[in-house]
Design a protein around this ligand. Sequence first.
Ligand code: NAD
Length: 271
Amino acid sequence: MADWDEPEAQPGGAVLTPADPAWRAAIADMAEFVAAARSMVVLTGAGASTESGIPDFRSPNGIWARVAPTSYRAFLTSAQARREYWQLRREFAPTVAAARPNDVHYALAALERRGILAGILTQNFDGLHQAAGSSAERVVELHGTSREAACQSCGARQAIEPVEARIAAGEADPRCACGGLVKSATILFGQPLPPEALTRARELALTCDLFLVVGSSLRVNPAARLPLLALERRVPLLILNREPTRYDERADVLLHAQAGPAMRALLDALE
Ligand code: NAD
């Protein structure tokens, strides 16, 4: 079930830029680990897509600075919550639809072409990894996809566009042909994750030889616990995130920086 941990006091730390020697040293260290890897796994969060123009939730200008998240329970039990959910989606959907992959997505697709990437475990539902050229079978969408809608009773799936058109035409609470509630095929807090995605993600975390985190606060569970499966096997952990995370102290290489330029530099360092 998707839930999140309350903020913990994480040791602060400046966001480094390519002008900082420590940034360059971290990229060189990361490149050494990546060059030695044969089956690397990458966990991406909302921070992997902010440079594509999709805001994350928790950053100071993130979506939660403005609106509280709808829980799955509220969606199922409250017509008012469903109206608010669809209203937020109407605001958010054009941004996601217009977004194009950035250097994070392209770098990971390039690592797959080099044959060292076993899988991408993504908390994102925006489809940008696939749009950048990562093959669909290597991308595990832990929090579902915003390209489809799902009936919460019979499970029927359909493209999201017809549902959005119904909302735009004034339907406040769209229903499936079976009468069930329809929502985007993404995961709300309190909603179980797709079991096959979680199983696949755990398998990959249990078999990889390098684990990289890009753009995740590591506060949204159970995805945030996946790095532990690698750490328990003494698999090296690399963390690239703008802000501190709970596993920073356990990372073999840690870089607090913008993800796009860092991933581009990492790829360049492998050439
Ligand atoms: P999160 O836990 O993935 O946190 C985002 C993290 O990314 C933050 O720690 C932030 O410091 C970091 N970050 C932001 N921009 C960055 C950048 N350019 N470079 C490096 N780091 C950067 O996610 P959240 O915002 O707390 O959202 C919770 C959940 O909501 C996600 O797990 C996801 O399922 C969903 N979500 C998805 C999308 C998407 O599909 N693009 C967008 C927003 C939220």
